[in-house]
Design a protein around this ligand. Structure first.
Ligand SMILES: [Zn+2]
Length: 237
């Protein structure tokens, strides 16, 4: 339906009572839609396929990767991760998008290598730090003096054959490295360990992704990236 046509048509109405009826009907319909979407939003869960529109009107489909009270974290078919307000997401039951965005391997199949390579790099730098894994979350991070954590959702994303649009993808492009799945996993390991090394070398007051961090990351990329990528390649072949 053409919105502009309807608006133009309304502007031509002369009878106030008719306008009042139209206004009430529009308001009732609006309230009904909002209530429906509120109701629907309660039933969203991780793994569901949803559709949503960008501000330019383009419609996208994606899979819910995480959720908060107000927003859904959606991995879209174009590989980008969007924060979508619950009220703007529409649940879809289509399977094709799910097939397209499915990880090529189970997280559990690469997890041991992710953990052991991280521990090896930490050891080589004289760092004693637990490396842990957390299920059902995205959060992958370094916490000073506590741990490096890999989140299940983040690992699943690295295993999904879309154009990487996260930090890992940005790092791979920065160093002009192959952004295939083994490359993404290798970069993820180098990235998290670089945080730990940079913290030890430069102290606690450096910015998380500042100059010092990239000095360390570029060292690890030079000395370790190709090797680690090859290990993941072998594992996944
Ligand atoms: Zn980081």
């Amino acid at each position: 339906m053409k919105l502009q046509f309807i608006l133009d048509w309304i502007r031509k109405i002369e009878d106030p009572q008719s306008l009042s009826h139209i206004a009430r009907a529009a308001s009732d319909r609006y309230q009904q839609l909002i209530n429906d979407s509120k109701h629907a939003s309660r039933s969203f869960s991780v793994g569901d396929v949803v559709s949503f529109s960008l501000s330019n009107g383009r419609q996208l489909h994606g899979i819910i990767e995480g959720e908060s009270k107000k927003n859904l974290k959606v991995l879209a078919e174009n590989g980008t991760i969007y924060r979508v307000p619950r009220a703007y997401a529409k649940k879809e039951s289509t399977a094709p998008i799910k097939a397209k965005l499915r990880p090529v391997a189970r997280v559990e199949s690469v997890l041991p290598l992710v953990l052991s390579e991280s521990e090896r790099l930490l050891n080589d730098s004289g760092l004693r730090l637990p490396v842990r894994y957390k299920r059902r979350v995205w959060s992958t991070h370094f916490r000073p003096n506590r741990h490096i954590q890999y989140g299940e959702r983040c690992l699943a994303y690295q295993l999904t054959p879309v154009r990487a649009t996260d930090n890992v993808g940005a790092n791979l492009r920065r160093f002009k490295l192959p952004a295939d799945i083994p490359g993404r996993l290798a970069m993820l390991v180098c990235h998290e360990v670089s945080h730990a090394i940079a913290h030890k070398r430069y102290g606690p007051n450096i910015p998380p992704h500042g100059r010092q961090f990239f000095v360390v990351l570029s060292e690890l990329v030079d000395s370790e990236f190709a090797d680690i990528r090859q290990k993941f390649q072998k594992l996944l072949s």
